[in-house]
Design a protein around this ligand. Structure first.
Ligand code: SF4
Ligand code: SF4
Length: 198
């Protein structure tokens, strides 16, 4: 039986779209030396997040693969890659832009969603717990001031955050369906094999 691999979509428009942005204009100067990855702490510790490879994929036009890649969120925005690039590629800025695009299609990590939800509810990404308040009191620190929640909600709404969450939920449901269908197909094959062997 011939197994067909998933077709890879090449999108030449992607690099054109990116290089229109001032911080991305040097992107095509990348000659794949790998200096960015060798100085990247996320690459060093994760071994799956590779900034050089992301630029390679952008240059080739693998838009969907890049934007759906959850490893994008391993970048800690330390800017070491940008500082070390001999070709002046502002990689950390480019990666931030790519993550913004990824968020719009629902590729956004669950912990970030929770942090933004906290921000919408309390005005703080990490709301103070009673333990934190007790410690502040013990060290003679003043009570934390209330955050302007309404203003924060208006700002967050203007970023299209609600749409991002909706897409994230849709994406997760689609993945769940895919996993279920694969599991069902595997079960069916096993049942068929059992019947054949009997
Ligand atoms: S350091 Fe610069 S030129 Fe080298 S691979 Fe990274 S982005 Fe490309
Ligand atoms: S900004 Fe991101 S990609 Fe660049 S070195 Fe830091 S963690 Fe790595």
């Amino acid at each position: 039986m011939v197994t067909r691999s998933k077709h890879i979509k090449i999108n030449h428009e992607f690099i054109r779209e990116l290089t229109k942005l001032p911080e991305c204009e040097n992107l095509k100067n990348c000659y794949q030396c790998g200096a960015c990855s060798s100085y990247c702490p996320s690459f060093k510790y994760s071994k799956v997040y590779n900034p050089r490879k992301i630029v390679q994929d952008v240059l080739v036009g693998l838009k969907d693969e890049i934007l759906e890649n959850t490893n994008l969120w391993f970048c800690g925005v330390c800017h070491a890659c940008t500082e070390q690039c001999p070709q002046g590629v502002e990689l950390s800025e480019i990666l931030s832009h790519i993550r913004n695009l990824a968020s719009k299609i629902g590729n956004i990590p669950t912990h970030l969603v929770s942090e933004v939800k906290n921000l919408l509810e309390t005005g703080q990404v990490v709301p103070p717990s009673s333990a934190i308040n007790r410690r502040r009191e013990k060290f003679g620190l003043p009570e934390l001031p209330d955050a302007p929640v309404d203003e924060i909600r208006t700002l967050v709404k203007s970023t299209g955050f609600e749409d991002m969450i909706r897409r994230k939920i849709e994406l997760e449901k689609a993945k769940e369906r895919e996993i279920m269908e694969e599991a069902k197909a595997r079960m069916k094959k096993m049942e068929e094999k059992k019947t054949e062997d009997a």
